[in-house]
Design a protein around this ligand. Sequence first.
Ligand code: PLP
Length: 451
Amino acid sequence: MPTDATYDPAGSVPASEALFARAKAVTPGGVNSPVRAFNAVGGTPRFIREAQGAWLTDVDGNTYVDLICSWGPMLLGHAHPEVLAAVTAAVARGTSYGTPTEPEVALAEEIVRRAPVEEVRFVSSGTEATMSAIRLARGFTGRDVVIKFAGCYHGHVDALLAAAGSGLATFAVPGTPGVPASSTELTLVLPYNDRSAVEKAFAEYGDRVACLITEASPGNMGIVPPEPGFNAFLAETCRSHGALFVSDEVMTGFRASAQGQWGLDGKVEGWTPDLVTFGKVMGGGFPAAAFGGRADIMRRLSPEGPVYQAGTLSGNPIATTAGLTTLRLATDEVYAHIGAAAETVKTAVGEALTTAGVAHTIQSTGTMFSVFFTDGPVRNFDDASRTDSAAYAAFFHAMLEHRVYLPPSAYETWFLSAAHDERAVQTILDALPAAAEAAAKAAAGSTAGEA
Ligand SMILES: Cc1ncc(COP(=O)(O)O)c(C=O)c1O
């Protein structure tokens, strides 16, 4: 416990506990998405009453610096006044018409301007985006097999819920009951960053592969960046076998850089994916996602082509207004600010864990980073799985007590925003020594347990 006179621990959470008890009576596990629960770290998830900028306030009145940022979308921070004004004005004009609208055209234009896609189709979640991209890839190529990498999460699509990273990794579920074997038997799962595994799979199944889908830079097993040239190699391997290269930028899109992960590698190396999926930031905190790509592929979609895909609320005017306003405000200065804040936090985390003698590896791509509680490098899911979850749980709770809300799972990316100012960053830095000490004690316990 720090002796610092300014230390003001988060208080008890009876209101969150009461809500959690009510929630568990009517909702499985008390949450509407598994990683929100604290199963992996223990304790009661905080029920958040409101959020402003970089700060969350729970129903007991405790405030926390937010390092989840709604799992990525809140690039500008919470309740950004210009996003709120645009959304409020849009809501006043009615919430959904089921007809084409101007904001969806403007958002599509903004995405096409930034990302390596000629056309986009909107959906309401990243899961729908990857599901639809795979259907389109199969419809376009007339082939069935899909290749993915272990530890990459592409939403809870049946065919892609094989060795799927964070949520499943947190709960140690290799696949999930409810997905018939027939749904995954056409899915090949390969180790990430492993060129020879990719070559072998294509040598054996090349003429049956509809697409290879990969997170553009995996963030769902913690950040495991593609080794230099790996995405280019994947794009070229797909091309030479007549398969499509699907780059999942749901997490990295408009987040890792203004042009996502592609802005960091593809643009520099001169290759483009055939299809790209987007979500999170492009919805500005509302349910909006998209998939896009080469016009000749996208034109196979209904109503222009025969591959059916649809959605009642797809491209709805509120979500697209929020996304468009967010992207218009996501200037180079915003990315520079988030990158600099991330650098400060990363350096301080590294120093605190080193001082406390805790094994760790910090990896990043663009403005995104994550901390593994294991020695590195972490090149794939097997490496990531060595993370010391007990040490992370202790670190997490000490940070929470010091008013920093980290993802309640050791396999997640830490997200910052344009609103993480000096006070927010300083709150994180102040929390680190005690959290690193707590992690060191837990790590010593895990090692003793192993002996
Ligand atoms: C890379 C990636 N793809 C797809 C998804 C699924 O998105 P959603 O949760 O909106 O369905 C996620 C969600 O975290 C993701 O990180």
